[in-house]
Design a protein around this ligand. Structure first.
Ligand code: ZN
Ligand code: ZN
Length: 601
């Protein structure tokens, strides 16, 4: 899935007094003798009006983030991230939180009640990020202006000349922006400083080449062109100044005087509670993941031992049990499509997987919304081989595509390594995760009750957890004919999410060393060296996010089992899935509560 970047990470904030004149419509209603239904109706109406206004106001504080969602009203505003801005943003969040608390979730319909929960969480997170976590003081990579300029230039939402005028106005604040960045940063981490240097160096190209090239093609007047040159020059001075400033700090950080990138137990638990919303603690999830790893290993050893005579006849299973698993995975990974058939194979699988879901009555599949597989457009090609590309909620052209990147830019060696990873079995699991009935199906169901709140601020653990749950659910219902090879590959895939949780917690809370992390990824999760070092790097730059896949999955699975026990013969898998998905991308515990209430009624 094209994951939306968490707003807080962008956090370019703006001091606008945008809602001092709070409307009176959303005050809670006095509970008089009016019929209950009428009160509910009014509460729902006032909530709808309130949340629409809240989102509008939110964008005035986060115009950069708004651009990424296709909302261009404030496209020429570059927010200077100074203390005044931070305070205004925090004030907005506090005021909104107070207003949100005035709504009674029990008086709202399910769609609004879950939107309410998401918005409360959003405001609580904003406050915590701004007042407690304060990565604006230690993460220099938060400061980089290039992305939004590149997006304005690359998106055809108005004529080029008009967009260049927007860019001209937007560049005005770049020097002040980087001055504020330097004021904010107290003691940075070495890892985030290196990332900031690298990314800001990358940003130079936008102002040295991309914008000047567009100006040359444009119909801008000579006067505007001169103004553009001047602003481009001062922008480059500001960005280069920031890079040099960071480079000067670097020796001291290398000497060990930087901030530790490991955030420690207290901040970790708080961030986990706010970002994941699992209902439990990070510590509990970590313990659960350790147990799960043991179970997966036991299953993988059993499968490998059973398969051994088929692939290595006449030889004994290795003494080192996990080494035998690795050898088996390596061996069967050789079964994969040819590099030039990769996209075709994905296209071939879609109707087959779809039919399996329909035949086995697993989830409602909307026949009017078949998934369109296409080759990823050149401008979107990154590393990922396949991903669901959903339009932003403000985008009128509502086409959703399954983008699959052909392997034609890869060397022979890269293509082979990629195809071994996405071998015969793994490619099917990838398609289940990304498309049917994973991310794409979840999106189709969520869009039935369109919610701006959920599509903008949906819970990442629910979204990823659903796709991970979908994989197991398909196999449980006989997808892949219970082939041991399929279960072995699935287990490797699932092990990745489990181990992501373990290493993220271990790195940030338990001080696990790089060597120990690499050892676990390579020898216990069967990953290649490049994947493992990439994962280590990601875990040093982010916190908690790596736990979202396993957390959401474990929550959904546990809830399903809970409901099965409760309902006995009345439990129906398809009904469960359809109802679960009907609430959109709300946190799993929020959906659980609403479903239990619904069933009670
Ligand atoms: Zn091969
Ligand atoms: Zn995913």
């Amino acid at each position: 899935m094209k994951h939306r970047v968490h707003i807080i990470i962008f956090a370019s904030l703006l001091a606008v007094a945008c809602d001092n004149q709070q409307s009176e419509t959303n005050k809670p209603l006095a509970l008089t003798s009016a019929p209950e239904a009428a009160i509910h109706h009014n509460q729902n109406e006032s909530f709808s009006a309130f949340q629409a206004k809240l989102i509008e106001d939110f964008w005035s504080y986060h115009p950069g983030h708004a651009l990424y969602e296709g909302y261009y009203k404030y496209d020429d505003r570059l927010i200077v991230p100074d203390e005044k801005t931070r305070k205004a943003e925090q004030d907005f969040a506090s005021r909104m939180l107070v207003r949100l608390m005035e709504f009674n979730a029990n008086a709202l319909n399910a769609a609004n009640a879950s939107d309410l929960a998401i918005l409360k969480n959003l405001m609580e997170r904003t406050l915590w990020y701004g007042d407690v976590f304060k990565s604006n003081e230690w993460d220099p990579s938060r400061y980089n202006v290039a992305g939004a300029f590149g997006l304005i230039l690359g998106t055809d939402y108005k004529p080029l000349d008009e967009r260049l005028q927007v860019i001209l106005r937007r560049m005005e604040n770049i020097p002040a922006y980087y001055e504020a960045a330097k004021t904010n940063i107290k003691v940075p981490t070495l890892a985030h400083t290196d990332l900031a240097i690298k990314q800001n160096k990358g940003a130079l190209g936008v102002f040295e080449k991309l914008i000047p090239d567009s100006v040359a093609k444009s119909g801008l007047s000579d006067k505007d062109k001169a103004a553009m040159d001047a602003r481009l020059a001062s922008s480059l001075v500001a960005i280069n100044g920031y890079i040099h400033w960071l480079e000067n700090k670097r020796p001291d950080l290398v000497a060990g005087n930087g901030k530790n990138f490991r955030i420690g137990p207290d901040l970790y638990e708080q961030k986990f509670a706010l970002d994941i919303v699992s209902g439990g603690t990070a510590r509990e999830l970590y313990q659960q993941a350790l147990t799960e790893k043991k179970k997966l290993h036991a299953r993988m050893i059993k499968l490998s031992q059973d398969l051994w005579p088929k692939y290595f006849p006449g030889t004994g299973y290795p003494k080192e049990e996990l080494a035998g698993v690795k050898q088996m995975i390596d061996h069967i990974s050789a079964r994969h499509v040819d590099r030039d058939k990769f996209v075709d194979e994905v296209r071939r699988q879609m109707p087959v997987i779809n039919q399996f879901i329909v035949d086995n009555k697993l989830i409602e599949m909307d026949p009017t919304r078949p998934l369109v597989v296409r080759e990823t457009p050149e401008y979107q090609r990154g590393i990922a081989g396949a991903s669901v590309n959903s339009p932003g909620p403000y985008d009128a052209t509502a086409n959703t595509y399954y983008n699959v990147t052909p392997l034609d830019h890869y060397t022979e060696e890269q293509a082979e390594s990629y195809l071994r990873e996405y071998n015969h079995w793994m490619l099917q699991i990838l398609n289940i995760h990304e498309a049917l009935p994973g991310h794409y199906t979840q999106l189709v169901h969520a869009n039935k009750s369109r919610s701006l709140v959920k599509s903008l601020f949906g819970n990442g653990a629910m979204i990823e957890g659903w796709a991970v749950y979908a994989e197991l659910m398909m196999l449980e219902n006989g997808y892949g004919d219970n082939e041991p090879e399929m279960w072995l590959m699935y287990s490797k895939w699932n092990l990745r999410t489990v181990v992501n949780t373990i290493i993220d917690y271990s790195i940030h809370v338990l001080d696990m060393s790089e060597d120990e992390v690499l050892d676990m990824l390579i020898n216990e999760a069967f990953q290649e060296q490049t994947e493992a070092t990439g994962k280590w790097r990601r875990a040093t730059l982010s916190q908690v996010q790596l736990t979202s896949y396993y957390s959401g999955y474990a929550g959904i699975y546990a809830f399903r089992e809970e409901l099965k026990n409760k309902m006995g013969d009345d439990f129906d898998l398809k009904t469960f899935h359809d109802q679960f998905l009907s609430y959109g991308s709300a946190p799993v515990p929020v959906i659980r509560k609403m479903m239990l209430d619904e069933i009670e009624r």
